[in-house]
Write a protein that binds this ligand. Structure first.
Ligand SMILES: *Cc1c(COP(=O)(O)O)cnc(C)c1O
Length: 401
């Protein structure tokens, strides 16, 4: 393959992997270290304590695993469930589809609740299944908090409410890969049993780290769960936690220092401020989409995602052409439409370490591309709408006041 050079920066607006802040890049620019020296366990201890804050959990036990979101899924499932277990899973887009595929290949009995792509999890069907399941044959509810393919955020508090209402003991497993550290997420308050994320999404790190957090109930389930697991076995981690050395196998030293800095940046800004920033940037993006006369793939406001916006294009335009054009002409990377919505949507990722003017550069790029591909957009319309909103709402940077 040819090497492509383009001057200036690539404008990376796919919904993961996302931009890595300079501070994190610099923190990772270092030699390897002996992970059995006293320094690495000491660093790891701070990381394990601090990642709990991004899950909003006190009682959870975190595992930092050399893997991706997909491995974190596998860790959550194989540690808590046995082959043949009935689990309820929602199919609402490509990422939930892939997780369901994994659940089936791991030999669980998956009861799929499907919705149109662009809609959220159908909680009415969940309610009827829970009501009917007096024998408690459902062992887990699996849900993707934020479906990255369609820009749909599911209401986790409502799922917990249903479980409580029916006094159902099913485990509550949540994919928070494109939500944790960007959207409001409360592991303890919502009674989530396993929550997971990957480093290249809202944490703004390189790919390669899966972070899984288990509730006491999930840890208890892991003692009897019969799924085969080796690399992902929580038992091995817990053994080394007890010994104070933390690692059953070699961690990436560079990623550990990267995570330290990524967390420091998040805490310096304040997690709630980070979440509010995502909400602001998302709103500005939606205002731009509206000004362009285009529709959000997400069918109802209650499901609007604050980390990714999937934009529907008119039938006479192929959304893949928009993505291709953006990259070739403007060094702008947008997300493709995946699977069922391929060619129909393009996605703007607005998650991670990102600010207002960066987002505006993306919106300006999208406008030019839209015009390039023959969509009658008024240049400046979306950027103008976003600017007006951001000027009203962008707070001062506290450290610079
Ligand atoms: C990106 C993503 C994944 C997959 O993560 P990988 O790191 O590519 O394995 C899973 N779920 C969601 C919601 C995602 O956005």
């Amino acid at each position: 393959m040819d090497y492509f050079y383009g001057p200036g920066r690539n404008h990376l607006f796919v919904p993961g992997p996302v931009n890595i802040p300079e501070q994190v890049i610099r923190a990772m620019n270092r030699n390897n270290e002996d992970y059995r020296s006293p320094a690495v366990p000491a660093l790891t201890k701070t990381l394990l304590e601090d990642v709990k804050k991004i899950f909003k959990t006190i009682s959870g036990t975190p595992f930092i695993i050399p893997t991706t979101g997909t491995g974190a899924w596998e860790s959550a499932l194989t540690n808590t469930l046995s082959p043949g277990d009935r689990i309820v899973s929602f199919l609402i887009g490509q990422f939930s589809l892939l997780w369901i595929d994994q659940q089936q290949r791991l030999n669980f009995n998956v009861d799929v609740i499907e919705s149109d792509w662009g809609q959220g999890a159908n909680l009415e069907v969940l309610a009827s299944k829970l009501a009917a399941d007096t024998a408690h044959s459902i062992k887990a509810i699996c849900i993707v908090h934020n479906e990255t393919a369609t820009g749909v955020t599911n209401n986790l508090a409502a799922v917990r409410k249903l479980l409580d209402h029916y006094q159902h003991p099913a485990l509550f497993l949540v994919d928070g890969v494109s939500s944790i550290c960007a959207l409001d997420f409360r592991m303890d308050e919502w009674g989530v049993d396993v929550a997971l994320t990957g480093s290249q999404k809202a944490l703004s790190m390189p790919t390669g780290m899966g972070i899984v957090c288990a509730s006491p109930k999930a840890l208890e389930a892991s003692q009897t769960a019969k799924s085969v697991r080796v690399f992902f076995d929580w038992k091995d981690y817990l053994k080394f936690y007890k010994m104070g050395t933390y690692w059953p196998y070699t961690p990436s030293i560079q990623l550990l220092y990267g995570l330290r800095t990524a967390l420091d940046l998040i805490f310096e800004e304040g997690l709630d401020n980070v979440i509010a920033r995502h909400s602001r940037l998302a709103k500005a993006t939606r205002l731009a989409v509206e000004a362009w006369g285009l529709k959000n793939c997400t069918q109802k406001e209650e499901w609007y995602s604050d980390t990714v916006t999937a934009v529907l294009v008119p039938p006479y335009i192929d959304s893949s052409e928009i993505v291709r054009r953006g990259w070739k002409r403007y060094n702008l990377s947008l997300g493709l439409g995946l699977n069922k919505v391929a060619g129909k949507v393009f996605r703007i990722g607005h998650l991670g370490n990102l600010n207002e003017l960066q987002l505006l550069s993306c919106l300006a790029g999208v406008e030019m591309v839209l015009k390039d591909v023959g969509y009658p957009v008024k240049l400046g319309s979306g950027v103008g709408a976003a600017c007006a909103y951001l000027q009203d709402t962008t707070p001062m940077i506290p450290s610079r006041i």
